[in-house]
Design a protein around this ligand. Structure first.
Ligand code: ATP
Ligand code: MG
Length: 264
């Protein structure tokens, strides 16, 4: 027995241990191990088909891993449903955006708030004063998040009317509305121009400043090396490196598998 007090914050937010998932003969993820500390920005890179999105899907509950463990804030969440993992404080965005096309932008962001809230059926069905207060509060909160991500189009707009960069911002706002401790971003820079990418880098830093840890999948090496504290490199489902940007850049296996291929 020791009288050491529990730390108020876990030393790691996310611990991924020997994670694996296969589809038929394809080992999409095959032994991925990495961890994320509070407020850390960790990037996951690798060529197309390396298994990055599959890893995110295992971590967030969209795929059931065949092997390995996902520990989130000291709790084993391996194989839990996505909604349960989200309620614990893990939010994500999708490589192929998954916004609701028949809802306004404001309502899209409000669905993020509801992902974390436990709604009371009676309040909702009877539109009690408590329900109406909560509704007003959620509109204000959603507006706050749209503002935070730099969204500048109409909040009443529909998804299909928006430029791609704005749609990406709305997805990030919706994820943030769920009040996460950890945010997983799957290629938030895809389809953005140079200026928009710089704004994205600033946004990711300001999310970090809120105390949120970030795992980022991104192909733009400039952006990755600029903002990451650590970089995990995947190739054919395997993890081939895990280190600081400088260590990873100098790693011969990485140069061969990835950076070299891109530069040639
Ligand atoms: N649901 C699925 N069913 C069958 N195969 C899948 C499924 N999801 C992923 N895969 C396969 O797993 C491998 C890894 O795919 P994944 O999408 O995870 O790669 P990625 O690193 O995210 O690639 P990209 O950079 O192109 O997004 C690929 O061979 C892919 O075809
Ligand atoms: Mg992917």
């Amino acid at each position: 027995m020791t009288d050491t007090a529990f730390p108020t914050e876990p030393a790691v937010v996310l611990d991924v241990v020997d994670l694996a998932v296969a589809f038929g003969g394809v080992r999409a993820v095959d032994g991925l191990t990495f961890s994320v500390k509070p407020r850390e920005i960790v990037s996951v890179i690798g060529p197309n088909g390396a298994g990055k999105t599959s890893a995110f899907n295992c971590i967030t509950g969209f795929y059931k891993p065949n092997r390995g463990k996902v520990v989130f804030q000291n709790e084993d969440v391996t194989g839990l449903r996505p909604s349960r993992i989200a309620r614990k404080g893990m939010a994500r965005t999708f490589q192929n955006l998954r916004l609701f096309h028949d809802m306004s932008i404001l309502d899209n962001v409000r669905t993020g708030l509801h992902a974390r809230l436990q709604e009371n059926f009676i309040d909702t069905a009877l539109h009690t004063p408590r329900y109406r207060r909560a509704e007003r509060g959620s509109v204000d909160a959603a507006r706050g998040w749209l503002d935070f991500v730099g969204y500048s189009s109409s909040e009443e707009a529909f998804v299909s009317e928006l430029p791609y960069g704005e749609q990406r911002r709305v997805e990030i706002a919706r994820a943030l509305a769920a009040d996460p401790t950890l945010l997983l971003l799957d290629e938030p820079g895809a389809g953005l121009n140079r200026g928009e990418k710089q704004t994205l880098a600033q946004l990711i830093r300001s999310i970090q400043n809120l105390g949120i840890a970030i795992v980022l999948i991104e192909h733009d090496m400039g952006l990755v090396m600029d903002i990451s504290e650590r970089v995990v490199v995947m190739n054919y489902g395997k993890e081939i490196a895990d280190g600081t940007p400088a260590q990873v850049k100098a790693d011969p296996a990485v140069i061969e598998a990835y950076l070299g291929a891109e530069e040639s």
